[in-house]
Design a protein around this ligand. Structure first.
Ligand code: URA
Length: 238
């Protein structure tokens, strides 16, 4: 049976970060099988009963949702300014959180779960999960800009080369262009910054695909549960 460090198990249950979990253990509010544990290195198995502040953890059913994120909602579990979060949009009793981030004004594919392993698989850079974005930008994009993006732009000292850049549409009258970009990283504001680096402002951004998930069948703000097959497919990336 797989043994794991207590703080990791608490963090994976989605209650708190690993560092906070360590603080909780040291504060004496964590029990394993009824006994207070203050040792940080303690290993536990899935059979152990873990309580934090009297609440049993890790017994929650694993749930998985795909949301077509609307604009004007923050990708977070809670917000100090009391703005609406993506978690508020999902009607479920489990403690779910978003897998990765989309900006307040970005729309499209967003997964939410209470399964830390599942989230890690999708977010870990080594798995190079593909994300496809459609950006509406101000101005008319031409071949030189597409080539500049294809050749890669430097963000935070790292060369970012999209696996695919495609000019989808130009609206001459509106003076806007639609460009598809596929990336494998998940840096903050990455797509907006990539366009900024080649002299274009992103007016609208939609994540059309993440791995094999798309939101073609979901209206803005709509969501659905993942099928067991879809969950299993994600575990195959591991
Ligand atoms: N890139 C961005 O700039 N914003 C997002 O929300 C996602 C990717």
């Amino acid at each position: 049976m797989e043994m794991e460090r207590l703080q990791k198990v608490i963090a994976k249950a989605g209650i708190t970060s690993r560092r906070k979990a360590e603080e909780l253990i040291m504060a004496g509010v964590v029990k394993v099988n009824g006994t207070v544990i203050r040792e940080l290195g303690t290993k536990v198995s899935p059979k152990d009963l873990i309580e934090v502040n009297g609440q049993v953890i890790g017994k929650e059913k694993k749930v998985y949702y795909l949301l077509n994120k609307p604009r004007g909602v923050i990708t977070s579990v809670s917000d100090e300014k009391n703005r609406k979060t993506v978690v508020d949009l999902i009607d479920c009793k489990e403690r779910i959180y978003p897998v990765g981030r989309l900006d307040y004004d970005t729309t499209g594919v967003l997964l939410l779960t209470n399964d830390g392993d599942f989230a890690n698989i999708l977010m870990h850079p080594s798995h190079k999960i593909e994300k496809v974005y459609l950006a509406k930008v101000a101005g008319i994009v031409k071949g030189d800009t597409i080539h500049a993006l294809e050749n890669g732009v430097r963000l935070d000292g790292k060369l970012i080369k999209p696996s695919r850049v495609k000019l989808r549409k130009i609206h001459t009258k509106q003076n806007t262009s639609y460009v598809e970009v596929s990336i494998h990283e998940g840096m903050n504001h990455q797509v907006k910054r990539m366009f900024q680096a080649v002299g274009f402002e992103v007016l609208k951004l939609k994540r059309e695909r993440l791995a094999f998930f798309d939101v073609k069948d979901l209206k803005s703000g709509q969501y659905r549960m993942l099928s067991p097959k879809e969950v299993a497919r994600v575990y195959q990336f591991k």
